[in-house]
Ligand binder design. Structure first.
Ligand code: GRF
Length: 192
């Protein structure tokens, strides 16, 4: 059974779906063994607690200038890192230790609308301002640049003429919840 660490610092709705997928589906493939967060009080911590999943609150100095928690993750036997609303750039030490084992989700169709500062509503505002007719989600391997690694999966949805950042965000969040856990499972099991 593979061990997943979910890195998240927001409300944790994707973390919640992933946790549920691997516990309720009773998937023998993997379990969420740890939730890693950099924000005290983040909603995701309560979700972890409610599901009896250990949490690790990380601090900046150790993450960026220390060992990036590689030793701690190794000791806990973590195999895969899933980024679900984690906004810090990943230090080299972490990328090297988990080559092709770190997966991010982005709420737009990369390579467009990615990069520093492109997160949350900023993404949807930019998509709407550019009169795009389509947006979606991208699941990709993470590397040392923001939103840059190889793309694993994309799903699309329309952008409607009367969309606001909020209505578009809701449509995209639905896509994330629908696809992210299943894509993770396929990657871990090697099934397509
Ligand atoms: C998601 O939109 C994801 O694409 C982005 O961060 C958001 C996390 O949302 N990387 P939530 O905390 O899972 O609700």
């Amino acid at each position: 059974m593979k061990k997943i660490a979910v890195f998240a610092s927001g409300s944790g709705s994707n973390a919640d779906k992933i946790i549920n997928h691997f516990s309720k589906n009773n998937s023998a493939a993997a379990e969420v063994a740890l939730v890693v967060c950099n924000k005290p009080g983040a909603g995701v911590l309560k979700i972890a607690e409610d599901n009896n999943i250990p949490t690790l609150l990380i601090e900046k100095e150790k993450f960026f200038r220390g060992d990036a928690y590689v030793d701690d993750l190794r000791k806990m036997g973590v195999d895969f890192i899933i980024l679900a609303g984690f906004l810090w750039k990943l230090p080299d030490a972490l990328i090297k230790a988990f080559q092709k084992k770190i997966i991010n989700i982005h709420p737009a169709l990369l390579p467009d609308y990615g990069g520093k500062g492109m997160y949350g509503r900023f993404v949807h505002e930019a998509v709407i301002a550019n009169n795009e007719t389509e947006s979606g989600i991208t699941i990709h391997y993470a590397d040392e640049h923001y939103d840059n690694g190889d793309i694993i999966f994309q799903a699309r949805c329309p952008v409607l003429t009367n969309d606001t950042a909020d209505t578009l965000a809701a449509r995209i969040q639905k896509l994330e919840h629908e696809h992210f856990p299943a894509v993770i499972e396929r990657l871990i099991t090697g099934r397509s």
